[in-house]
Design a protein. Sequence first.
Length: 220
Amino acid sequence: MPQTPGDKRQTPGRPGRVRKGLAPRVPLSRERIITAAVELLDERGLAGFTMRALGEHLGVEAMAIYHYFPNKQTLLEALGTGVDLAAFFGGYVGLPTDGCSASDLVVELGMRYLQFAHENPAQFTLLFSVLPIDYASWEEFVNGTSTFRIPQSAVEKGIETGEFPSRPGFGVNEMSYALWAFVHGLAMLRHTRLRALEADFDALHRTLLEQLVATFRGGR
């Protein structure tokens, strides 16, 4: 049948028109959205993180994101719980344990936590200040699989080797919580009240962590 003017059908053997100079569009997915959200957090911080800004970052309409995440809070929770911890921390917590004392391990772990907080303030704020931990009791929390397992594992090593004697009221979970609370407080102070202060924070924090470890060893 002859084609009429404006008929867009292709004739046999005639290839369709290919757009020149344009890269193929990457399909939208949960994984792509989460990756872009992390990038946007680093770039603009939590204050500048909106679904519209994320859509612009992805090159799509914001409404397309709602097909995967019904609201901003759901997306933020996915960032905190649906992403492998290594994707956020990278080498910050991948500490070698062979030939390393528990005392040194705790100090280095604390220093890497502080480094992560300083270099990735938006991710740190989201993970450790905005999103709650989804446990209903202390027992569930200390026996769960949250980021608390990281300091917990380091302290467990110290108890197993005899470096950190476990005492009534100050065992593995109490020491682990003390370590986490201590470095989190230092991180928050540097990120907020002390953000404009010039100081050798690395040296100061290392000294304080060494003093904390001394309390784990029972003051010896």
